[in-house]
Write a protein that binds this ligand. Sequence first.
Ligand SMILES: C[S@@+](CC[C@H](N)C(=O)[O-])C[C@H]1O[C@@H](n2cnc3c(N)ncnc32)[C@H](O)[C@@H]1O
Length: 260
Amino acid sequence: MDDREVGKMWDANADAWTKLARMGYDVYRDHLNTPAFMKMLPDVSGMRGLDIGCGEGHNTRLMAKRGADMTGIDIARRFAHHAAAAETEEPLGISYAAASGGALPFRDECFDFAVAFMSLMDMACHEEAVSEAYRVLKPGGFLQFSIIHPCFWTPRWEWIRNEAGEKVAVACGDYFGERWGVIEEWIFGAAPQELRDKLPKFRVPRFFRILSSWMNILAEAGFRLEQMQEPYADEETAKRCPDVADTRIVPLFLHARYRK
Ligand SMILES: C[S@@+](CC[C@H](N)C(=O)[O-])C[C@H]1O[C@@H](n2cnc3c(N)ncnc32)[C@H](O)[C@@H]1O
């Protein structure tokens, strides 16, 4: 599977994804990943930043609100369209373009930082995307990203439940599969059933990589690890949003910041 096919699939996902995410049903993003990511993010005010795989632009807007001069790119034209429409409604000085992280349409060393929220593992071109991020960063600039945790969300994966049906552990296998372009079909589980029934399921191509591959790709591009975290819901968040309580069992996401 190549970028063109990946882009087509995400184009088809974009309308329903944007609608549900903007209604608050992307609960792992809103209640766990984005708050933890933003807490880890250094001060970006006055900096020029790039959001790689920006989707409908929710997190791009948050960074612009922190004072960064933001550009967002996404392989899916339809996501770039929704993100640009939000910019027209509430101008924050963000520019959006449809482009691949694997071939960034920017000159060398023109960004102070780059971010990629839950997008690198969805790219057919991980390695190119990492080296492209390195190329467009100024010396001393950083790349901060979040991905699905490669160790705890493997190609073969299921929840183990107790007698009461509660999640208690994860069984994962086929770790070394590094399967390419596996299509997962799902929709935000937090959305009410009647709404889910009306919308097409997302078709998400996944590109599995083992942890050491990720580390090596980043090191070979020239990046130096600065900080890593495996966010999980605290007790208060788990009570407020029970959908994300399962992140207290194993880390489902990995966040890292690397420096050029
Ligand atoms: C899980 S969504 C995350 C979207 C957004 N960052 C967020 O957190 O809401 C993954 C995104 O990666 C984008 N994507 C996949 N392959 C890409 C590529 N090669 N270049 C740029 N974006 C890509 C998809 O179109 C999709 O918007």
